[in-house]
Design a protein around this ligand. Structure first.
Ligand SMILES: Cc1ncc(COP(=O)(O)O)c(C=O)c1O
Length: 434
């Protein structure tokens, strides 16, 4: 099923109520099966299914050796396990294995692009365009590279109701006449656009196809932060035509310590290495070194082999359920979550209304009670939510909030999780006499 078809079918009001009340997936997750908690923080990190834990344990018990180095069979088995995981990831997003670079997390992937591509390609007054919804991990690396190169960061603003990006303003950022305006500081072209796919605060799904088309028409590249969409929506990098796409394994049932950078091969070929040392070289002499073939040029040192195996197992788990089932379940629960929260007096729900497709998370404010207080009181009834600036301080400033609360949904959540959250919020209102 393709992303567009999926959007049409599963984000509609008539989405089937099929498995909303079923806890059939919860039993796959040992932590949730054992601990009596209401886990609504999967957007921060997901719980791990037993199949992932088992595959990682099996790797350590049966195949552990340093890959790419030994000639003996065990090392070859480790190499095979690692490279097989790369193939699984590549297939998952319709890329070539040579276009998949394993890194520590999405943050490292963005740093890789900002530092390697950015330092080589950005010059004084070149423009970097970032959406106003970005996570800090897609702002700070660009700020650092802008400091070094003299490039300028511009933002794509939110629309007036703060639910989506202002696409007219996005288009305007590329207008050549802007560069010729008197005293304009914008003298050079936009070189790269960085955007979040699904906002980790608002839940907004950004129109990546359209944004990519506009960026490319104007000679800019595009980097997409897919941290909140991978594992929730099918992603096809060829169809999206993006230049760079990043995500973290730990948000999609995989282990921490592994993330993915997808980049078009033509870009990776022209980019200098990010980290250097063992494993990423072809030859080394005292005078100079040459680099290994793609993608190993970007993977210095002993790689996260067990983590790659775990990520591949997570992808196989997702595939065994299928995106239609995942979305139908998450969509039903997200709609319920949105409705229940919006019905509580004093609770303000952030992001798009239910008329628009949104990601599996809802952020909210409770009568200006500090989100940390809300989360602490919820914790007393074993409800786990995210509270704080959610690594998006500039977005919160635009929303005129210091911080917010966020409940997020995954395949293992059930109606009871939302009921427990709503009951906990009633308690918050009692405590604060609201
Ligand atoms: C949208 C988004 N981008 C980037 C990140 C950073 O992910 P990581 O900390 O795994 O690098 C997160 C994590 O919260 C996120 O939600």
């Amino acid at each position: 099923m393709r992303y567009h078809d999926l959007k049409k079918t599963v984000f509609s009001d008539s989405a089937p109520q099929s498995i909303m009340n079923s806890s059939s997936f919860k039993k796959d997750f040992p932590l949730l099966a054992k601990q009596n908690i209401f886990y609504l923080d999967s957007a921060a990190t997901s719980q791990k299914p037993l199949v992932v834990l088992k595959q990682m344990e099996k790797f350590y018990k049966e195949k552990n050796a340093n890959p790419h180095r030994g000639i003996y069979s065990l090392s070859e088995a480790a190499t095979k396990a690692y490279e097989n995981s790369r193939e699984v990831v590549a297939k998952f997003i319709n890329a070539k294995p040579t276009e998949i670079v394993f890194v520590k997390n999405a943050t490292e992937a963005i740093n890789l692009v900002a530092i390697s591509w950015g330092k080589k390609n950005l010059q004084k007054e070149d423009r970097i365009v970032l959406s106003e919804m970005e996570h800090h991990s897609n702002i700070v690396p660009w700020q650092q590279v802008a400091l070094e190169t003299g490039a300028i960061i511009e933002k794509i603003p939110l629309n007036t109701d703060h639910s989506a990006l202002d696409m007219a303003e996005y288009v305007r950022l590329f207008f050549p006449q802007r560069m010729s305006e008197k005293n304009s500081k914008y003298k050079k072209k936009v070189k790269i656009v960085g955007t979040i796919h699904i906002s980790n605060v608002l839940g907004t799904i950004n129109p990546i196809n359209e944004m990519t088309r506009i960026a490319h028409q104007n000679g800019a590249l595009i980097l997409v932060d897919a941290c909140q969409s991978t594992g929730h929506l099918p992603l096809d990098v060829k169809e999206l035509d993006v230049d760079f796409l990043v995500f973290s394994g730990h948000k999609m049932f995989g282990p921490s310590g592994i993330g993915v950078l997808y980049a078009k091969e033509e870009h990776l070929k022209n980019m200098p290495p990010f980290l250097t040392g063992g494993d990423m070289i072809k030859t080394v002499s005292w005078e100079k070194s040459t680099w290994a073939d793609l993608p190993h040029k970007f993977e210095a040192g002993t790689p996260p082999v067990a983590e790659a195996v775990g990520l591949a197992a997570a992808i196989e788990y997702i595939s065994s359920i299928g995106f239609s089932a995942i979305h139908s379940h998450e969509n039903d629960l997200t709609r319920m979550l949105h409705k229940e929260l919006a019905a509580i007096e004093g609770v303000i729900v952030l992001g798009p209304s239910l008329k628009t497709a949104r990601g599996a998370l809802v952020s909210f404010d409770v009568n200006n009670v500090h989100p940390h207080d809300v989360a602490s009181i919820l914790n007393e009834s074993k409800v786990c939510i995210r509270s704080g600036h959610q690594c998006a301080m500039p977005l919160h400033t635009s929303l005129n909030l210091a911080a917010s609360c966020r409940a997020s949904i995954s395949i293992y959540n059930i109606e009871e999780d939302i009921t427990a959250l709503v009951a906990g919020l009633t308690r918050v209102k009692e405590v604060f006499r609201l």
